[in-house]
Design a protein around this ligand. Structure first.
Ligand code: MN
Ligand code: MN
Length: 324
């Protein structure tokens, strides 16, 4: 077993010690890792309720309760992959383009060490610089995007970069293989039917929240599994989940996924070659009793479990670097 284990809760109570993610060790020595948990506390791209800058800290706080074995996927992720909390990107709170540069460099450093970045936002504008780094390493990637919004608008108040545009920019910049992009949970009022034109024109598959309800999770999982061939990025906007389960977010839309559906959708990614992930748009100031942060922390745990379960499945255990 590697050194990268959560603190043992039989020796140190779960509410004790500084709150790294799941109380994992903190390091920036990427050579020792398979997966890096990276916080990005930036919300300069929000358009309505702010607050996701406080997401990484609050999600870490609420991750302390999570126990290390995943009985749904039958995997102990930390026995399979070496995961550490690598801290936060020091963003520029008043400059989105400067922040983009900082994020792209931080994620690029992680990828260059052959480590999978699992990012904790922060608002959804951050997926663009993450994808820039991911595509620089892997070429255009497939994507599973869980969200109530497509985030493919053209601009906002004359600005190309905010949390409603990252995937339009990503497609324009050819960071995504649009034949292998699925959006799940899309719903809610928009400005006009033409808002959907960009995604349609580029062949992006969009599964609405109503389709999830009517066609069922098994059908949605089949759609996800069509992405198996080639690298895939996962972007999870917490507002894909219904505000009844995730009220702590900036632009809530009613009629969304349940928290159980959200967890099952992430688990459906076992067998997919994940090259990066994010969980974004958690806004602790609008949360109640930590339920949104708790869900986000568990979604991150499921992502780590999926990476581990996939690695077990494919038997591609990376040789240990640095440490014996
Ligand atoms: Mn959204
Ligand atoms: Mn979004």
């Amino acid at each position: 077993m590697s050194d990268f284990q959560p603190a043992d809760s039989f020796r140190s109570p779960r509410f004790a010690q500084p709150a790294t993610f799941m109380r994992l060790p903190q390091t920036r020595d990427y050579a020792q890792l398979d997966v890096a948990l990276l916080g990005i506390p930036f919300d300069g791209g929000t358009s309505y309720r702010p607050g996701p800058r406080f997401g990484p800290r609050d999600i870490r706080q609420h991750s302390s309760l999570i126990r290390p074995y995943n009985p749904s996927l039958k995997v102990s992720p930390f026995e399979v992959v070496r995961v550490a909390d690598v801290g936060d990107v020091d963003v520029n709170p008043v400059n989105i383009e400067d922040t983009y540069g900082r994020v792209e460099r931080a994620v690029g450093d992680i990828l260059a060490a052959n480590v999978i970045p699992v990012c904790v936002g922060g608002d959804h504008s951050l997926s663009l610089p993450i994808l820039r780094a991911v595509a620089a390493q892997h070429g255009p990637v497939g994507m599973v995007h869980i969200d109530s919004h497509q985030d493919m608008w053209e601009e906002y108040f004359g600005n190309k970069y905010f949390h409603g545009t990252p995937f339009r920019r990503a497609i324009e910049e050819k960071l995504l293989d649009t034949r292998r992009v699925v959006q799940i949970g899309i719903r809610g009022p928009v400005y006009a039917e033409t808002d959907f034109d960009f995604g349609r024109k580029h062949g992006v598959r969009t599964i609405t929240a109503e389709q999830v309800a009517h066609e069922g999770l098994a059908w949605v999982k089949e759609q996800i599994l069509t992405l198996r061939r080639g690298p895939v990025y996962v972007s999870f906007d917490i507002d894909g989940v219904d505000p009844a389960f995730a009220p702590g977010t900036g632009t809530p839309e009613v009629g969304g996924l349940t928290s159980r559906e959200a967890l099952e959708l992430v688990r459906a990614l076992v067998g997919v070659q994940l090259v990066g992930a994010d969980v974004v748009e958690v806004s602790p100031p609008y949360d109640h009793a930590g339920i949104t942060s708790m869900l986000a922390a568990n979604i991150l745990f499921e992502m780590l479990s999926v990476i581990a379960a996939t690695r077990l499945q494919t038997q591609e255990t990376k040789p240990h670097k640095g440490k014996a």
